[in-house]
Unconditional design. Structure first.
Length: 134
């Protein structure tokens, strides 16, 4: 419930409330199953909520934590690159864009048959970010 509430609040632009709900969700999940078994999507949603709220350092911290437990997520690395670009850390952004591209090329993306996922990235997204970094 907290995860879905957080997603709804994020998409409504109510980032502070989304942050609260997504934090509660992640805390419960970590307590119930441990961090190694949590999907990358709650980390992405929480990080983007912080990012949209202007809390870039907190977004970076969440993305780092998400990558620690989901090191094969192209999306986590992509959004970390975007966050670094917003922080004007271009070299770091390039490093994570390269990681994201390598993972994307291996098929490490958030997708399931017949389900439209939130926060999915496509090659066009990677190309656009690459052009912004050039």
């Amino acid at each position: 419930v907290d995860y879905m509430r957080g997603l709804c609040l994020y998409h409504l632009g109510r980032y502070e409330e989304a942050i609260h709900s997504l934090r509660v969700h992640l805390e419960k999940e970590v307590e119930m199953v441990g961090p190694d078994y949590i999907n990358s999507l709650p980390y992405i949603a929480l990080a983007l909520s912080y990012h949209k709220d202007g809390q870039l350092t907190k977004a970076d911290s969440v993305l780092t934590e998400g990558i620690r437990y989901n090191d094969s997520s192209s999306e986590l690395n992509y959004f970390k690159a975007i966050n670094y670009l917003k922080m004007d850390l271009r070299k770091e952004a390039e490093i994570f864009l390269d990681k994201s591209q390598a993972l994307f090329d291996r098929g490490a993306v958030n997708e399931r048959p017949y389900v439209e996922e939130f926060f999915v990235i496509y090659q066009e997204d990677l190309d656009k970010l690459s052009n912004r970094l050039d």
